[in-house]
Design a protein around this ligand. Structure first.
Ligand code: F6R
Length: 341
């Protein structure tokens, strides 16, 4: 895709700034989508999305976005093995940006041996070679997998929407609205750098509800990998049954809670969040409430991701660390490789 060719893939700031363009990178071909449609018409029992790290998160987001409209169950697996329930009446979508991730390759092979219908979303590697090419959606290569989230999402969402018989989302429109939002943030108090400044030398704790649960998790991973800090993600309402007790340690631990506030919050959720926030406050920790104005669930979801991706890169800049390199992940892989020999 021409538009993506000008993005500097060695510059994380440039990559996160290109989030809306990447979302326009293209859906799976008509051939793949008609195959998916045929499989759906023959009858399926569920969809299992497999992938790791940056390649797994698109599936987590799609699962939450479609939770109240898809009739078939959507499972997400981040492991070598598939649950027993996944059989020949299931569709398994293997997502790996590199195509060389061992857990994903293992799950894909298991799906094939169980006779499940399979699709692959990748840029190449072992997965591409191991799969029937008419079922491979090839994505533009050259990005860090975590920065490629919008590209991966643009592949996963239409495929899953087709499999569960939902109308395809207009990602061009979503992308345009994200561009507009980013322009507004840059000239307001919502500048990502402002939030990044408040997170300096702190442990960001990102708190999400419903479709914002994977968004909070994504933000945690971006703070880990881009800003090189420990971070945590918490889900509402579950947090009100466990983490809330941990607020007693607020005074001695530098945690910085950020509640992601949704346009869809119902009254009981709002009360749950505000009551929890008051307990954080009483224990000496000052939570922030982040709300972004969007007109749809999907725009809110992707808007928060784009915003927090930018915050993680700004935090890396402020802390003087390189947001691109993942030295410790590479180091860990080397150590594991050495032990396997
Ligand atoms: C690196 C990143 C990682 C990878 C993960 C799986 O930017 O985000 O979490 O996504 O190691 O690799 P792929 O995506 O190639 O299957």
């Amino acid at each position: 895709m021409k538009e993506l060719e000008n993005i500097d893939t060695t510059d994380m700031k440039a990559m996160v700034a290109s989030f809306p363009q990447m979302l326009r990178s293209g859906a799976p071909s008509d051939e793949i989508l008609s195959k998916a449609e045929r499989i759906r018409k023959e009858g399926i029992d569920g969809i299992c999305l497999i992938g790791m790290g940056g390649s797994a998160i698109a599936g987590e987001i799609v699962k939450c976005l479609l939770a109240d409209s898809a009739e078939e169950p959507i499972l997400t697996i981040r492991d070598y093995v598939l649950p027993k329930t996944v059989d020949s009446r299931w569709v398994v979508v293997a997502v790996s940006y590199s195509g060389n991730t061992e857990e994903t390759i293992s799950g894909f092979k298991e799906a094939e041996s169980r006779g499940s219908s399979t699709f692959v979303i990748t840029t190449g590697g072992v997965l591409k070679d191991a799969s029937d090419e008419t079922r491979v959606h090839l994505m533009p290569a050259g990005f860090q997998p975590r920065a490629a989230l919008p590209i991966i999402f643009a592949g996963v969402l239409p495929l899953v929407e087709t499999l569960v018989n939902l109308k395809l989302t207009d990602l061009e429109k979503v992308s345009r609205n994200l561009e507009l939002a980013a322009t507004k943030w840059s000239s307001s108090n919502l500048k990502p750098g402002n939030l990044a400044m408040t997170l300096r030398n702190k442990i960001p704790v990102i708190i999400g509800w419903r479709h914002l649960i994977p968004v909070a998790y994504r933000a945690k991973c971006q703070f880990n990998e881009n800003s090189k800090v420990f971070a945590s993600s918490i889900q509402i309402p579950e947090m009100n049954h466990n983490e809330i007790e941990g607020t007693l340690s607020c005074k001695s631990h530098p945690i910085s809670p950020v509640f992601l506030r949704s346009r869809e919050e119902d009254e009981r959720t709002r009360i749950g969040i505000e009551s929890a926030a008051a307990i954080f406050e009483e224990n000496g920790c000052h939570p922030k409430h982040l709300s972004l104005k969007f007109d749809s669930r999907i725009e809110e979801t992707l808007g928060f991701i784009m915003y927090l991706d930018n915050v993680s890169v700004r935090l890396a800049e402020i802390s003087g660390v390189d947001p691109v390199s993942v030295e410790r992940i590479a180091q860990l892989k080397r150590k594991m490789g050495a032990r396997e020999k």
